[in-house]
Design a protein around this ligand. Sequence first.
Ligand code: NAD
Ligand code: UFG
Length: 331
Amino acid sequence: MNILVTGGTGYIGSHTCVELLNSNHSVVIVDNLINSKIETIDKIQEITGKDVVFYEKDVTNKESVDEIFSNHKFDGIIHFAGLKAVGESVSKPLDYYFNNLVSTMVLSKACIKYGVNKFVFSSSATVYGDNKVPFIETMELLKTTNPYGETKAMSERILTDTSLANSEFSVALLRYFNPVGAHESGLIGESPNGIPNNLMPFVSKVAKGELKKLSIFGDDYNTVDGTGVRDYIHVVDLAIGHVSAIEKLNSGVNVYNLGTGKGTSVLEIVNAFKEVNKIDIPYEIVERRPGDIASCYADANKAKKELNWEAKKDINEMVRDSWRFEKNYNI
Ligand code: NAD
Ligand code: UFG
C-alpha cells in the first residue's frame, strides 16, 4: 500500500514508518516539525534502507493537504499529527482544539474527495476517563479532564459520523495506552522539548543526571503499592499494531485498544529501570498530580482477535531501550 503518514517525524509516527517500510509498504510523510526534527527522515531511511517522500506542511491547511493528495494516489492514511501535552492544553485550549480538530476534518474531507478509504487515527486511553479497569472498547466514554482529551473524543466522533455518511470510508480508532521505549537501533525515540511531563522520559533524564530526582505523584492510591498504575506499551509493538490495523481494516468504524493488558506501578517502573540499566534513580514522593487517575490498563483482547496483533515486549525491554536512546541522543 501507499500510505500517507501525518506526524511521521514524531515519536510514534517515526517508529510506525519504519514498520510500514519493513512490511514493504511505501510511505509519504507530512509534518510541520512543530514537535520533531527533519533529521528523523534520514534516520528512518538509515534503519530501513528505503526512501520516503517528505512534505514539511501543516495538515490544518486545506491547500497544502490538497496539493499532497493530488500528487499521490494513497491507499490509506495514518493520522498522528497533533498536539499532545495535557497541561499545555489547559492553558492553550484553542490551539489544541484548532490543531487537533481542524487537521482531522481537513484530512477526512481530502480522503472523501480523492477516494482514500482507509483512515487510521491516533486516539488515546484518556477517552475512557475514570472508568473501571480494565478499559474495554464497548465501555461508555466518560468525560476527560482536559482539552487534549476532548480533542481525541471529538475526533473519534467526527470520524465515526463521516464513516456513517460515507459507507466506503473505513476508520480505525486506535486507543493507545502509555507508549514508551525506542527503536533498538537507538536512532529514533522520544525527545520532548523542555522538562518532560511523562514518566519514562523524566526517569531517563534523571538517569542521565540532567534532572536531580523524580517526583512520584502520590503513594496513596488504591493500587499494588499506592503509586499510579498504567499500561506501558513498547513503541515498536505499538507501531506494528498500526501495520496490522491498516492491513486488516474492516469496513465501517473499528475501535481498538492498543495496550498490553497489564498494569505496572510507578515504583515498579523505577525499580525495573534501576535493575536493568544498573543506574540509580533518586526519587521523592510528592502530592498527587491533579487530573491523574489511580489505574489505567487495557483489555487487549479485541485487537488480538481481530487484528492478530498483541504486544510482545516486556517492561525490561522498555526501560532498556528508553535508556539506550537517551544515552545516544543529544550527546
Ligand atoms: P509527537 O509530538 O512526537 O508527534 C506528533 C507529530 O505531529 C510531531 O512530529 C509534530 O511536529 C506533528 N504535528 C503536530 N501538528 C501538526 C500539524 N498541524 N501539521 C503537521 N504536523 C503536525 O507525538 P507522538 O507521541 O508521536 O503522538 C502521536 C499521536 O498519538 C498524537 O496524535 C498523540 O496525541 C497521540 N497519542 C500519543 C500518546 C503518547 O503518550 N505519546 C498517547 C495517546 C495518543
Ligand atoms: N508520574 C510521576 N512522576 C512524573 C510523571 C508521571 O509519578 O514525573 C506518574 C503519574 O502520576 C502516573 C504515571 O506516572 O501515575 C504515568 O504518567 P504519564 O504522565 O507518563 O502518563 P499518563 O498516564 O498521565 O498520560 C499518558 C499520556 C496522555 C494520555 C494518557 C492516556 O501522556 O497523553 O497517557 O493514554 F492521554
